[in-house]
Design a protein around this ligand. Structure first.
Ligand SMILES: NC(=O)c1ccc[n+]([C@@H]2O[C@H](COP(=O)([O-])OP(=O)(O)OC[C@H]3O[C@@H](n4cnc5c(N)ncnc54)[C@H](O)[C@@H]3O)[C@@H](O)[C@H]2O)c1
Length: 252
């Protein structure tokens, strides 16, 4: 029988949207959560602590290694270790649909920076602690867009394709350290950022639903079970995988 153990889990981009849903769910499950976000990290952690749960918020830019290293130090000082890293921070909900030849090089580089350099910097910052612990979990938030070949967001789609590649190669590098590396690939999710930026309008409601096997809109709470599972003891022999969580729109 597996005994429940409270783990220390970093959720990047955990102050809002999908990341906040992860942080709150994992804290409710008894874990100690570190919210690392550019903005709103402490406020989000406070919302969780007000429920009698364990969370701290640390303002962090995931593309700045000095920020990330200091966040990991503070997290270790507060909770003693790091067991799980959830690389969720990403640029998506502030982007607009554009034909590829209208995407500027600056925007391309920024999307790649946050969505691929960020997870790389965060993984580097936690790996020595996980090695010392004898293991750990890295969970990357990809997307189903590179699987579908979604048009009009080429930089974003390429960045999430890179996250899937990153997951596979890093899993091979870290297997002997007992660190698993997996990804979840959400479908189009009505997160806070999507709703605030009116992004739900990029796809008509009927198309959002009929493209799925389970014909309804996807919300952040639909993703929490998959992340909790990948972080759990029971998922210790699963690595390098990408789990599509999208109501059965793509089949991998
Ligand atoms: N919403 C969707 O339809 C959808 C679908 C597939 C994948 N995803 C992915 O899920 C993740 C979360 O998406 P969301 O819809 O909740 O997005 P969101 O825009 O609502 O939230 C993103 C969070 O990341 C933070 N962030 C952005 N840049 C950061 C940086 N440099 N350092 C630290 N934090 C930073 C933001 O402050 C914000 O809190 C992203 O990686 C996104 O690409 C979203």
């Amino acid at each position: 029988m597996m005994v429940f153990q409270s783990k220390v889990m970093i959720v990047t981009g955990g102050a809002s949207g999908i990341g906040y849903a992860f942080a709150e769910h994992l804290a409710r499950a008894g874990h100690r959560v570190v919210i690392a976000d550019l903005r709103g990290a402490e406020e989000a952690a406070l919302r969780i602590r007000e429920q009698g749960l364990s969370a701290i918020g640390i303002t962090t830019d995931v593309v700045k290694s000095s920020d990330v290293e200091s966040m990991v130090e503070k997290a270790c000082a507060e909770f003693g270790t790091i067991d799980v890293l959830i690389n969720n921070a990403g640029l998506f909900t502030t982007l607009s649909l554009q034909p590829f030849d209208q995407i500027s090089e600056e925007e391309w580089m920024r999307v790649m920076e946050v969505n691929t350099l960020g997870p790389f910097i965060c993984a580097k910052a936690v790996v020595s602690t996980m090695r010392k612990n004898g293991g750990g979990r890295i969970i990357n938030v990809a997307s189903t867009t590179p699987i579908k070949g979604t048009p009009m967001m080429l930089h974003y789609v390429c960045s999430k394709g890179a996250v899937i590649a990153f997951t596979r190669s890093l899993a091979k590098e870290l297997g002997s350290d007992n660190i698993t590396v997996n990804a979840i690939a959400p479908g189009f999710t009505l997160s806070e950022g999507v709703l605030q930026n009116g992004m739900q309008n990029i796809m008509p409601e009927t198309a959002r639903k009929t493209s799925r096997t389970i014909q309804r809109d996807q919300v952040p709470e639909d993703l929490v079970g998959a992340v909790a599972f990948l972080a759990s003891e029971g998922a210790g022999f699963i690595t390098g995988q990408t789990l599509a969580v999208d109501g059965g729109s793509v089949f991998l």
